[in-house]
Design a binder for this molecule. Structure first.
Ligand code: NAD
Length: 283
């Protein structure tokens, strides 16, 4: 028996990065996956989104474990599209949802991002997260688990560095902070049904969201063509532990725990996978 045997899990932003990692780790532990992604570009993000092939590859990796995968294309900013994706996905399985992971996100980085980046960030990270939860509510089985994708940004105060990070980052931080407040209310709304709500809060994760030119230039504006290696020494100062980032698997381990019945009375918690980054800020 796997740790999440026969549970049906819906994940947004499932085409790559953390979403794909969660899908594969959960499938290895016995879950069937509804994998949702936009798979189209969002210009204001400033880096490429996932492709159709990426989402199909996630499904292939899930099926390789022996579990079932359903692929749905939807933009989380579009409530009716997310509602249809979740409803159709659930209908293809057994008519109920055990785990929901609203994980889709963007991070438009840099001091030159116009104020539209602030709105674009909130549209995907906050409105998209709310759309996903609300679309899934009618399908959640008693004792289901909702796992929200937070960040260390959920706990960081506004700082001088925000000017360099730009409007898109400020919209991102705001979205991740509201997520924590939203979770506090949702926990109490759903606890009578035995449904749990928790969040994971990684520091930098080694995905396309951080491995892109806009991110490198934000941290090293002094270089013409900065690379990942150029920003690693700066990323290393964020955590208390001597690391530059965590891996997608580090986050997935927490996700599998929160998805499983091992955490059946755990609700309203925030798991920090951050190498002591928040502790370093004495927060
Ligand atoms: N990478 C990091 O350093 C980091 C740190 C903390 C938290 N997070 C959070 O983790 C989550 C996953 O990010 P990741 O690191 O895997 O990045 P990623 O860019 O690799 O993956 C994000 C996925 O979301 C999809 N997506 C974007 N906008 C969408 C939309 N409107 N509708 C549907 N899908 C959409 C993209 O196509 C992509 O597949 C995000 O919520 C992010 O904020 C990331």
């Amino acid at each position: 028996m796997g740790r999440v045997e026969n549970k049906v899990v819906a994940i947004t932003g499932a085409a790559r990065g953390q979403g794909r990692s969660h899908a594969v780790h959960l499938a290895r532990e016995g879950a069937d996956i509804i994998a949702v992604d936009l798979c189209k570009e969002i210009e204001s993000a400033g880096y490429a989104m996932a492709s159709n092939e990426d989402l199909e590859e996630t499904a292939r990796l899930v099926r390789e474990t022996g579990r079932r995968a359903v692929v749905k294309y939807a933009d989380v900013r579009d409530y009716s599209a997310v509602r249809a994706a979740v409803a159709e996905g659930v209908a293809e399985f057994d008519g109920g949802l055990d785990v929901l992971i609203p994980n889709a996100g963007i991070l438009p980085m840099g001091p030159d991002v116009p104020v539209g980046g602030f709105a674009a960030s909130i549209d995907v990270n906050l409105i998209g997260m709310l759309n996903t939860v609300h679309a899934a509510l009618p399908h959640l089985r008693d004792s289901a688990s909702i796992i929200l994708s937070g960040s260390i940004a959920s706990f960081l105060p506004p700082m001088g560095e925000d000017v360099m990070a730009g409007s898109g980052y400020v919209g991102y931080r705001f979205s991740k902070q509201v997520l924590v407040e939203y979770a506090k209310e949702l926990v109490l709304q759903l606890a009578p049904q035995g449904i749990r709500v928790n969040s994971v809060h990684p520091t930098s994760v080694d995905t396309d969201m951080t491995n892109n030119e806009a991110m490198f230039k934000t941290y090293r504006p002094d270089l013409d063509t900065p690379t990942k290696e150029d920003i690693d020494p700066i990323l290393a100062t964020i955590q208390a532990m001597p690391i530059t980032h965590v891996s997608t698997a580090d986050v997935s381990h927490a996700v599998v725990y929160l998805a499983s019945d091992e955490s059946r009375y755990v609700t309203g918690t925030q798991i920090r996978i951050d190498g002591g980054a928040i502790a370093k800020h004495r927060l």
